[in-house]
Ligand binder design. Structure first.
Ligand SMILES: CC(C)(COP(=O)(O)OP(=O)(O)OC[C@H]1O[C@@H](n2cnc3c(N)ncnc32)[C@H](O)[C@@H]1OP(=O)(O)O)[C@@H](O)C(=O)NCCC(=O)NCCS
Length: 197
């Protein structure tokens, strides 16, 4: 993709819209970013309102980069219109690799939303951004997120010992990744063929 061509948003799934954050989202984001249960396995938070405003300012700045490297998106349930979480890719353009991450309001857990959002991000990363590999790191105790990574076809590649400092303690992470050819062979193979539809 040339530097001038930027992929288009929003990304749509059956139940979700993934779009850029706006100024009006601050209270919704703060509703999950201040929740100790939500940030339990994250290296940040619980956020003050000021920290959430700074987070959004960073998101606004990051999206002006050309080529854009950070695609941290707001996840909206389009049935209810409610902003329920964030999910994104952070790209290393040179290496054609990206890091995937997600975080949802506690009320939205357990409905398959993270899996649905992560799947569309993999498609976006491989098909629109032309990535070769997408990876994730997850706290070794974060069973729900590990399950999401398994469900979207990522493979565990190892344990990163004492990888992150989290509220005064070193935590182990699992490294997960999926290659473009692995995605093509699974989810990619299931997509409609425009030549035959
Ligand atoms: C991790 C998180 C994104 C999952 O979101 P979600 O929308 O509930 O995820 P899904 O519903 O798509 O899938 C969750 C899966 O984990 C399973 N699960 C839930 N809690 C679990 C646990 N403690 N141990 C193992 N599996 C668990 C669910 O049963 C489901 O699997 P299933 O579809 O086979 O039943 C959400 O819990 C969250 O936002 N947590 C806080 C932020 C966070 O940890 N982000 C990830 C950082 S790597």
């Amino acid at each position: 993709m040339s530097e001038r061509e930027q992929p288009k948003l929003p990304l749509l799934t059956e139940r979700l819209e993934l779009r850029d954050f706006g100024e009006a989202d601050v209270e919704w984001v703060q509703a999950w970013a201040c929740d100790p249960a939500v940030v339990r396995f994250m290296p940040w938070g619980p956020n003050t309102p000021e920290q959430t405003r700074e987070f959004l300012q960073r998101k606004f700045a990051e999206r002006t980069g050309v080529p854009r490297r950070t695609w941290d998106l707001a996840v909206v349930n389009h049935g209810t219109g409610r902003l329920i979480g964030s999910a994104g890719l952070r790209l290393d353009e040179t290496l054609q690799q990206a890091y995937i991450g997600y975080c949802f309001h506690r009320d939205a857990w357990g409905h398959g939303f993270a899996t649905e959002a992560a799947r569309v991000l993999l498609r976006f990363g491989f098909e629109q951004l032309g990535l070769h590999r997408i990876h994730a790191t997850v706290d070794s105790r974060n069973g729900a997120s590990i399950r999401v990574l398994d469900k979207i076809g990522m493979r565990q590649e190892g344990r990163l010992r004492e990888h992150l400092m989290q509220r005064g303690e070193w935590r182990d992470s699992f490294l997960y990744a999926i290659l473009r050819r692995e995605w093509d062979a699974t989810a990619g193979a299931a997509r409609p063929n425009p030549d035959t539809e």
